[in-house]
Design a binder for this molecule. Structure first.
Ligand SMILES: NC(=O)c1ccc[n+]([C@@H]2O[C@H](COP(=O)([O-])OP(=O)(O)OC[C@H]3O[C@@H](n4cnc5c(N)ncnc54)[C@H](O)[C@@H]3O)[C@@H](O)[C@H]2O)c1
Ligand SMILES: [Zn+2]
Length: 362
């Protein structure tokens, strides 16, 4: 079991990573929050798989447990679900001294985290991520949100959890497609800050057959995210590095009508940025080739058939656009990236260079 301490301006908490930790969430909640009631939120896929064990652990720690199941799927990360949760919290008599337990993937983490952030102006939440993406990314860092009709994550709050418990054994029931997709974010962490992690992915693509490797890789990613978030809780500086591959990734997601997973789109975006940076002499062509090879080895897309002007058009509504400029994460080498703001004309050129795959030196 790995224990990672997160310290940000607004508080500190521990992230536990290991197989079988689901049975410990009651004692973690007791030690980190206390209170009388636990409000356990999960989705319609995860609750039948792990709800009983989570509830039993909470009851063993002498909590009175209310359980709520939200329909699975991003469509339910909505204001309607949020209102439903808040009403149920109130009718179950939850107080500010009690604890919300978010058991599920990033969708439940964001939704229940946001409900906890606003219920009685803030109630403690414990994140129990069950998907790979939620373990390596969304459960740590304190971003919570729901989607609006106008776009994803448009209503939300920064609300740090009181504790995070990642039971890596839960990954065994995640679909192979979803596991593969989330590897896009793991590769991103390697490119962003960790040449050693990247090399290990080159030697052997990530998979869940070896529990030691799963624990090592998940906790490595959490540490990388922790370091970035600790330095910049509210994304005004270094935290922007986490957006590596995401500007193009989000444009691909929208163009593909969300039929491609987020991690797959980020992976394709990463490859595109890498080749653009190689064409501009910012990184070596070999670096771009290594990134493309790792992405492909994980079964993720290295290319899209989307015309550049469509990607460019989509990217204009990205939150990383600042007026007539775009903020990008440039790849200088594996483990060495820099945030840079460029005029939109240069951004269009970068997209062209990356997506048209001019591979210098090849
Ligand atoms: N807050 C943040 O910092 C942050 C960062 C990245 C992504 N996100 C958000 O996270 C969400 C995506 O996360 P996700 O990929 O986990 O999506 P998700 O929560 O929708 O989970 C994907 C699917 O996997 C199922 N699932 C989860 N764990 C399972 C398990 N152990 N066994 C079987 N099925 C399981 C879910 O029921 C769902 O059907 C998006 O809403 C995104 O906006 C938030
Ligand atoms: Zn992402």
């Amino acid at each position: 079991m790995k224990d990672i301490h997160v310290k940000v301006a607004s508080g500190e908490y521990d992230v536990k990573v290991g197989a079988g930790l689901l049975d410990d969430i009651g004692s973690v909640a007791r030690a980190s929050v206390g209170g009388r009631q636990a409000f356990l939120v999960s989705d319609s896929h995860v609750m039948p798989l792990y709800g009983r064990r989570a509830q039993a652990s909470l009851e063993q720690a002498e909590y009175v447990v209310s359980t709520v199941t939200v329909e699975a799927g991003e469509a339910h990360k909505s204001m309607k679900s949020l209102t439903g949760l808040l009403e149920q919290m109130a009718s179950s008599g939850l107080t500010r001294d009690d604890v919300v337990v978010a058991l599920g993937g990033g969708m439940i983490g964001d939704l229940a985290g946001f409900a906890a952030a606003v219920y009685m102006r803030g109630c403690a939440v414990i994140q129990i991520p069950t998907s790979l993406l939620a373990m390596v990314d969304s459960s740590v860092g304190g971003k919570t949100a729901v989607d609006l009709d106008a776009g994803k994550n448009l209503a939300g709050a920064f609300w740090q959890p009181a504790a995070v418990v990642a039971d890596t054994a839960c990954l065994r029931t995640v679909s192979a497609n979803l596991l593969e997709d989330s590897c896009g974010e793991i590769i991103k962490y390697g490119v962003m800050r960790d040449p050693e992690l990247f090399s290990s992915l080159e030697r052997q693509p990530f998979g869940i057959s070896d529990p030691h490797r799963v624990e090592a890789v998940v906790s490595r990613c959490i540490k990388l995210k922790r370091d970035v978030v600790a330095a910049d809780e509210r994304e005004s500086g270094i935290r922007e590095q986490l957006n590596l591959g995401h500007t193009i990734g989000h444009a691909i997601e929208a163009e593909k009508n969300y039929a491609w997973g987020h991690g797959s789109c980020v992976a394709a975006g990463l490859v595109c940025m890498a080749w653009a940076d190689a064409a501009l002499g910012i990184c070596e062509p070999e670096t771009a080739q290594r990134i493309e090879t790792v992405v492909a080895a994980h079964g993720l897309p290295t290319d899209t058939s989307i015309p550049i002007n469509r990607l460019y058009g989509r990217s204009l509504s990205d939150k990383k656009r600042h007026g007539s400029e775009m903020r990008l994460v440039e790849i200088h080498a594996i483990g060495d990236v820099h945030v840079k703001q460029v005029p939109l004309e240069s951004w269009r050129r970068i997209l062209k260079l990356g997506c048209n795959r001019s591979k210098p030196g090849k």
